[in-house]
Design a protein around this ligand. Sequence first.
Ligand SMILES: *Cc1c(COP(=O)(O)O)cnc(C)c1O
Length: 377
Amino acid sequence: MTLPPIPFIDLKAQQARIAVDLRARIDRVLAHCQFILGPEVAELEQALAAFCGAAHCVTISSGTDALQIAMMAEGIGRGDAVFLPAFTYTATAEVPLVLGATPVFVDVDPRTFQIDPAHLEARIAQVKAAGVLRPRMLVAVDLFGQPADWPALSAIAAQEGLFTLDDCAQSFGASQHGKRLGSQADATMASFFPSKSLGAYGDGGALFTQSAERADLYRSLRTHGEGTTRYEVLRTGMNGRMDTFQAAVLLSKLTVFEAELALRERIAATYDRRIGNAVVTPARVPDSTSAWAVYSILTRDAGARDALQAALKAEGVPSAIYYPRPLHLQPAYRAHHDGTALPVSENLAERIMALPIHPDLSDADLDRICEAVVQNA
Ligand SMILES: *Cc1c(COP(=O)(O)O)cnc(C)c1O
């Protein structure tokens, strides 16, 4: 007897859990009709800032737009070097290029998958020695739910005079040294794309900062660079607001978010215990908790990964590959890379594979996934 396929993520089950609260909040938006910057937007900004312990939150239309606004606020442009990991989602590298700046790809740690501070130092030294680009910004990604090594990264950035931007798109809700991500860097970006740890029903994002002036600048930039009145244009901005419906959805999801983080943690611990002898399970970043947006395992080599993925699929167990190609090898970015070897990122791209991890994964399905991995790895 073949069982029905397990979904990789189950947003319908989650919606059923919050249905009553969600409907009430959406009905309120339909009643007041303030679809842009309605009261839910300010309410969400306060709730998100309180949740992660940041002084200011400015919601944005998407995570990518949040990255762009944060870089525009620092005047990032032609001739600027923006250091970022090669092993991440494309948005991290695309934004500096859109602004005319140059991404400088940094390799990652082979066990935690996070940007490697020692390699960052080497890359900064390389850029300084070449004398072509100005080192301006570090965009460190908290990959898959875990925090990057912020103590080490902040120390390097302070020494080199780099602005630190935390790409927390995958890890909102995670913590380091007992403090949630949101104030470890000069600015922190979150994404509420539906499949992230906290997901909207469409695109959404946010910026967090400890600086009131910077928060004002982000607010101006997200509304066409407006000043104190709507038709005073102080700077070149963009249309980067989160719409009111998405804020209402996120307020509802926030009511169950802590409980969901605990459920994700429990699934990760079960995977560690059950499949840790069959495949390489993800190493934990020290003194940190994870939001477990992604649970990625490593196989021996590319052949073993393809075989395991095919065997799981035949048994109705889905998997995904984040990321099959590191950014410095992407057709669009190759020409912007200086040719430095990034062997860890290249190796991970061949061996990595993600298993389902979402709060509505049942114990029966979790058991089935573990069995399938152990039998086929
Ligand atoms: C999802 C993601 C983004 C982009 O967020 P969007 O809201 O989809 O624009 C940026 N960086 C990383 C690491 C991501 O995973």
